[in-house]
Design a protein around this ligand. Sequence first.
Ligand SMILES: Cc1cc2nc3c(=O)[nH]c(=O)nc-3n(C[C@H](O)[C@H](O)[C@H](O)COP(=O)(O)OP(=O)(O)OC[C@H]3O[C@@H](n4cnc5c(N)ncnc54)[C@H](O)[C@@H]3O)c2cc1C
Length: 384
Amino acid sequence: MTASHLSWPFFEDRHRIWAERIGAWAREKLTHVDHGDVDASCRELVRELGRAGLLQVTAPGDRNEKLDVRTLALARETLAAHAGLADFAFAMQGLGAGPISLFGTDEQRGEWLPKTRSGEAIAAFALSEPASGSDVASISTTARCDGSDYVLDGEKTWISNGGIADLYIVFARTGEAPGSRGLSAFIVRGDNPGLRIAERIPVIAPHPLARIRFDDCRVPASALIGRAGEGFKIAMATLDVFRTTVGAAALGFARRALNETLQRAAKRDLFGAPMSDLQMVQGHLADMALEVDAAALLVYRAAWTKDMGAARVTREAAMAKLYATEAAQRVIDTAVQLHGGAGVVSGHPVETLYREIRALRIYEGASDVQKIVIARSVLSEAER
Ligand SMILES: Cc1cc2nc3c(=O)[nH]c(=O)nc-3n(C[C@H](O)[C@H](O)[C@H](O)COP(=O)(O)OP(=O)(O)OC[C@H]3O[C@@H](n4cnc5c(N)ncnc54)[C@H](O)[C@@H]3O)c2cc1C
């Protein structure tokens, strides 16, 4: 797969070395990922990634270090190109640990980050609820202060790693103010009494996903991340870092689809000549290559901007996620088309990509929501 984008000025030599390292690992370890038992596969992938030291980058070891978004994005792009489940396992360690690495106390960091970075503990990020997905501020799960504890009641759904996670970052209403200003973030252990997996949710690209209930779920006040009422800010700041990396995963899927199609077009004869001689096929290939490069530019622009010290990259991350996920869907659809019947055979790489890409246009802010974010940003600039 081409790596010419690594020569772009967004990257430093350490990123090129990192891309080579994670690429070599993926080529060796991800030749076959079993989708039969995704719980077992995910646990194994987290363990293997941890053993290889590749999860160290998902949370800074030291409070003074920052998450390097280019490093995360390169990892996700590479892993996604090889196996969606490996990308998922890697990404969730970062997203799940994100609120702790960005806002946690020294005690919280010391207790959890060595474990998420080594693959010893699996992390989950529990924000969405049955009646509160895009509209995060309407969360109804409550956390009531009771002596030196908080007691959580309510329901979360679509929680990745639900059922296998050792820790859940749970966002709940503590009621300091109405709407988004009355939420707080808590660390809840997977085996905490009162936390129950209510339903495992099967999805088109299988990975561990669950609806979770909290009934009288008591946690100590030390489980609170940041201050009470800061939950929305913590969730948004975490997504601000990780949203760009969703675009990077989509980019990896798209790159793989383009690569599979180039190989197919070179090998397959149609009407007495290689398929790649047909100009209409070349037109499709050109469109795919263009979308891949445009997505890469937006993803690494957002990652670089954040790494250069921008406080927020809300607009850049929204553009990267929106464009890269939508473009990847188009690229993969074209790949399926150009593979003919082979493209829809279960287990074929482009058929798998066709299922893998779909959810990325929905989670961590659906495409329509990203458009609203971008529009608000350009409108506010125009008003200045
Ligand atoms: C595979 C998968 C994994 C997930 N993992 C997690 C996780 O680990 N943790 C977690 O907390 N959540 C997770 N989610 C939840 C995800 O973030 C939500 O599904 C998403 O935010 C959308 O919420 P919703 O499903 O309630 O859809 P709704 O909020 O009901 O929105 C439905 C659709 O309406 C449109 N829409 C929404 N708002 C607007 C608007 N303002 N203007 C125009 N159109 C709009 C969009 O097209 C959207 O897709 C996951 C979801 C999936 C599918």
